[in-house]
Design a protein around this ligand. Structure first.
Ligand code: ZN
Length: 248
């Protein structure tokens, strides 16, 4: 029973994937460990080297291993822990194929960020607050371009959510913001009113940060909800997605 290796149809490399999953769970494998080379794995699991490569590609895509660059047959892949990388690219592809609506991603973001803002009140994390403050200051740079701003903006939201101290939320948040990054950037560029939007976003961020710093979780949550909703309305207008958008 594993997500990576569904029971049917049975694939030749399922045993390898199951063993990796079991090994990670039990602590037999951990981040930084190197997997044996292709030939050894093929022998161990009684499968072809092509099957080993296929399994390695799956583990690479989901962010569990990183294959060495210029991989010779002897050099093994290394275990990494990049859950958000795998989730993010999966979400992005499903958004691209219209299986996941941006609106739904945005609603999920609002749900998680407002929850995190309220949960953060119970934690003291001066380093986390400082990290958010630095990002806030970074976004105040006078001649900032939208691309830099947008990168810092995403990091700012992640830094705020991280104050809740829930790594699952952090991972999902990272994936969600990664999955709609291209969409938002495109919209901000096409808005053509960047200075106006910039001033508005800065004001939102300062108010949100002040509420978080004051440990006013209710206010921070409320401001986050408005901020994310406002940005979505702007991007919806820019994309002219009347059918799937709000009132705008
Ligand atoms: Zn923001």
């Amino acid at each position: 029973m594993t997500d990576l290796a569904p029971s049917s149809p049975k694939r030749t490399y399922d045993a390898l994937l199951q063993d990796v999953e079991e090994g990670l769970r039990s602590g037999r494998f951990k981040t930084g460990d190197q997997l044996p080379g292709e030939r050894i794995l093929a022998e161990k699991y009684g499968i072809s080297r092509a099957s080993v490569r296929e399994a390695m590609r799956i583990l690479d895509v989901v962010g569990v291993i990183r294959s060495p660059s210029g991989a010779g047959p002897k050099s093994g892949a290394v275990f990494v822990s990049e859950p958000s990388a795998g989730l993010s690219s999966t979400l992005r592809l499903h958004i691209a194929s219209n299986r996941l609506a941006v609106k739904d991603i945005v609603e999920t973001r609002i749900l998680l960020e407002t929850w995190a803002a309220q949960a953060a009140v119970q934690h003291d994390n001066p380093q986390g607050i400082q990290r958010a403050r630095e990002l806030l200051m970074g976004m105040d740079a006078p001649d900032i371009d939208y691309e830099t701003f947008h990168t810092l903006d995403a990091q700012f939201h992640l830094a705020l959510s991280a104050l809740a101290g829930n790594t699952v939320i952090d991972t999902v948040m990272d994936s969600l913001s990664g999955s709609v990054r291209g969409y938002i950037k495109e919209a901000l560029v096409s808005l053509g009113q960047w200075p106006v939007v910039l001033a508005e976003l800065r004001a939102h961020h300062h108010a949100i940060f002040a509420a978080v710093e004051d440990k006013n979780g209710g206010l921070a949550a409320d401001l986050l909800r408005k901020h994310i909703g406002w940005l979505y309305d702007q991007t919806t207008n820019a994309h002219s997605l009347g059918a799937s958008g709000g009132e705008g």
